[in-house]
Design a protein around this ligand. Sequence first.
Ligand code: 5AD
Length: 347
Amino acid sequence: MNFLPLLDKLEKTQALTDAELGGLLEDTSPRLASELALRARAVRERIYGRAVYIRGLIEFTNYCRNNCYYCGIRRDNLKALRYRLTPEEILACCAAGYRLGFRTFVLQGGEDAYFTDKRLEGLLRAIKKSYPDCAITLSLGERSRDSYARLFEAGADRYLLRHETADEGHYRHLHPGEMSLRHRLQCLRDLQAIGYQTGCGMMVGSPGQTTEHLIKDLRLLQELQPEMAGIGPFIPQHDTPFAMQPSGTAAGTLKLLSLIRLLLPNVLLPATTALGTIDPQGREKGLLAGANVLMTNLSPVAVRKKYALYDNKICMKEDAAQILDRLNKQVEATGYRIVRNRGDYPG
Ligand code: 5AD
């Protein structure tokens, strides 16, 4: 198909119709992928120059009350070896990350009732006291509006909560009946109203996903205008109901990264670990397709393999310094460079 007029339209943020977006999503030609990547790169360079932002990820609990069919730390996975980091361990991760130049810490965990507002407030205040120049991102799933407000008050700056899919029926296919898309979206709106820099996003190639679903995902992103978007391929985990399902593809993920960069020019967009897992060059390719953020694991090496959302996750054995060293080289090869600042949303 002749997609050039569509891409021109996309860049001028003139609304593409669903049929036009669908056409772009279904065209798997390498020519479209490289044209999209080229344009996405131009947009990211206009806004962020050559800078790549880094985030220090601390996976501090893998207890989870939810039972998402795709996720390795789901409640019913009795093979998951559960752990929680102590506040001292979490602060030690921050200290090590700070020395390496990280100025954003991402505290990610399952939905773990042990981490009450009170415990989290204490933790956030302690981190902010030691590292007032750092941003804190939370990724703790669904909580009450009051809880989100308290955590914001205690120092959290950003919140990542992937919507996972914007289609009601597909949401049902990925999650048990006790969860709902409606509540997920309510949480996202609460986070935005409170003042968090907010991130949503979805897996690419999750079981049952169609082009229509992806169109809805892109429409939701346009509607919410999140500051961050987390997009990675679905990868099966052997102890989940989706163990036998095929992975999403790197090509599909890269195309979505480019489309999202064009639809939301300012968005903070990571080249995810999942992308690096299905393709050894995935993260570099992600940066060259419009992504501008890399997340590095700061969790103690001893607990890494217990945070197994999906199989064959990379960066399980190296410590943060080694990972960062390797990332630096990979990023340099793309012509970009890692910068050591908070990496806030522009404007
Ligand atoms: N493959 C890829 N990503 C996954 N996530 C959870 N399970 C998987 C999987 N099997 C993603 C979800 C969640 C984020 C923390 O990790 O999108 O929001």
